[in-house]
Design a binder for this molecule. Structure first.
Ligand code: HEC
Length: 147
């Protein structure tokens, strides 16, 4: 099954499950996901896309459209999308400002590119989006923290 078909199947099952069951918890969001031997390098990566209002709007469109992120992370970024409901651990809640303070953009990029081992967060670059689109979405994900 292709990537998009898999996500759509997850959405269908998730809509059913979210109506009947409670949502799983996140795995500790403050612990790094990048393997120790690549962490320093990931932290040093700079986001080449500026966080202007225009680029954040582009990120929102990608998050809710082509990127399929919304299916798991939810429209409000709380990790409560229809497919997210069946995942254990639960998708990241991007409204948690403590999480954003702990992570550099490069660490988020690393996970979007490589996935987070043992979770529903699979590699999405280049399966669903380009590297530049990933950086663009990161700016939008940051905007869910309102502090
Ligand atoms: C099939 C469900 C699913 C989809 C689709 C999905 N994610 Fe995730 N995502 C997850 C889960 C589950 C986690 C939590 C992983 C963990 O705890 O290690 C996560 C975690 C993350 C994280 C946190 C990484 C960290 O450092 O802790 C980022 C950033 C992220 N996703 C970005 C995205 C982006 C961008 C998209 C769309 C291009 C996307 N995700 C699509 C399920 C998904």
């Amino acid at each position: 099954m292709g990537y998009v078909a898999r996500v759509l199947a997850l959405v269908a099952v998730g809509m059913f499950v979210s109506a009947t069951a409670s949502v799983a918890e996140e795995k500790d969001p403050l612990k790094p996901r990048v393997p120790a031997d690549q962490l320093a390098e990931a932290k040093q990566m700079k986001n080449p896309v500026e966080a202007t209002p225009e680029n954040i709007a582009k990120g929102k469109a990608l998050f809710e459209g082509k990127g399929t992120c919304v299916n798991c992370h939810g429209k409000e970024g709380k990790g409560d999308g229809p497919a997210g409901a069946i995942l254990n651990p639960s998708p990241r809640n991007f409204t948690n400002c403590k999480f954003h303070k702990k992570r550099k953009d490069g660490e988020l990029f690393w996970v979007i590119k490589n996935g987070s081992a043992g979770t529903g967060m699979v590699s999405l670059v280049p399966a669903a989006i380009t590297e530049e689109e990933a950086w663009t979405i990161i700016n939008y994900e940051r905007s869910f923290c309102k502090e």
